[in-house]
Design a protein around this ligand. Structure first.
Ligand code: 13P
Ligand code: SF4
Length: 335
């Protein structure tokens, strides 16, 4: 029996739900019972009837399920990390706040907002301060809410998403570690200096290249791209939103997409391999950790669970769950 049927048998036997992010390999996405962007995955996997969730994605995504539904067990074929999420932890959070305090900005004046691409300890710090979480699909809406509080928004870890949101709302922004003290004091949005190495690959030159080649090309991007690139785009959205946007375009429309390779390649295949969907980069924009998960990994982790020898199980301490859940639930109420 091949891995696919063995995995499906185990899914039934364990009464599990296998979910996959769009950046996973095709064979994983095809086999999963549900795929989606990070918000859809968190909602679906935490509200499903099944007590066991097998999450094919990166660790912060599995943690989101555990935070929202601590009674569930969540295992991952690989404890793959998101490099952006790894750029901040609770001690860097504290150091950043101290830096702001040293500039005369008190904690009462700060509203912390973290992108969902962060670990549970950071989400808990944010929740403890009354802050909120956002994802790429609801960032604009959550940011609107945050702006209404009339505090300085400390946005982490993605400086690109933070700057993109600030620019969209004509707000003064600064970047910790890059901007001067006076710029930080003067800004309404203070961004942590994290970024996604995959989405940094897309450049203004890439857009110019495609626009010179095809005057009618449409540029669709993920909001983790550099602000200079985002400024030139026709559409900016989450992975699901990009898929919907491209799927609903006229069949002859040409589009260059600035997000991870597996997702774009799948859209090209779905479109009959017609040469009108392009990867907006000369080098392959692969998320290395997302790409690691294989069918064999998926089978092995489920088999071990079934043999009562679980590994790669997501654990989040109860204190972190409490505070991270308050920030996540606040987001869910608003989105
Ligand atoms: P989405 O929430 O849009 O799926 O994005 C997750 C991610 O990690 C993008 O790099
Ligand atoms: Fe993280 Fe970037 Fe990979 Fe998304 S593409 S999971 S932000 S490293």
């Amino acid at each position: 029996m091949d891995f696919k049927s063995k995995i499906k048998d185990l899914e039934k036997k364990l009464d599990a739900l296998i979910v996959a992010h769009f950046y996973q390999r095709d064979e994983i996405v095809e086999l999963a019972s549900f795929s989606g962007d990070s918000l859809e995955l968190a909602k679906k996997a935490s509200s499903t009837r099944e007590k066991l969730v097998v999450f094919c994605g990166v660790s912060f995504m599995g943690q989101s399920v555990k935070i929202l539904a601590p009674q569930k067990r969540v295992i991952m074929p690989r404890l793959a990390c998101c490099s952006m999420a790894r750029m901040i932890d609770s001690s860097y959070f504290d150091i950043s706040l101290k830096k702001l305090n040293s500039l005369g900005i008190s904690n009462d004046e700060i509203f912390p907002m973290t992108y969902i691409n962060s670990n549970a300890d950071v989400k808990a710090k944010v929740g403890k301060m009354g802050g909120i979480i956002c994802t790429s699909s609801n960032a604009a809406k959550i940011f609107d809410y945050a702006l209404g509080l009339n505090k300085k928004i400390f946005f982490m870890p993605d400086r690109c998403l933070g700057v993109n949101l600030a620019k969209l709302n004509n707000k003064k922004y600064s970047i910790l570690g890059q901007s001067s003290d006076s710029e930080i004091k003067d800004s309404e949005i203070i961004c942590y200096d994290g970024f996604c190495s995959v989405h940094q690959l897309f450049s203004v030159e890439d857009i110019e290249f495609y626009r010179n080649k095809f005057s009618d090309i449409i540029i669709a991007l993920h909001p983790e791209c550099d602000p200079k690139v985002v400024e030139l785009a026709d559409f900016v959205g989450s992975t699901s939103q990009i898929i919907n946007f491209v799927t609903n375009l006229d069949e002859n429309a040409k589009v260059a997409i600035g997000t991870e390779f597996n997702l774009v390649n799948r859209l090209t295949k779905k479109n009959g391999n017609k040469e009108n969907i392009f990867v907006l980069s000369s080098s392959k924009p692969e998320c290395p950790t997302m790409n690691e998960t294989t069918l064999e990994d998926l089978y092995n982790v489920m088999k071990a669970y079934s043999d009562d020898m679980p590994y790669n199980e997501i654990e989040v301490d109860s204190e972190s769950i409490k505070y991270a859940a308050s920030a996540l639930n606040k987001m869910l109420e608003l989105s």
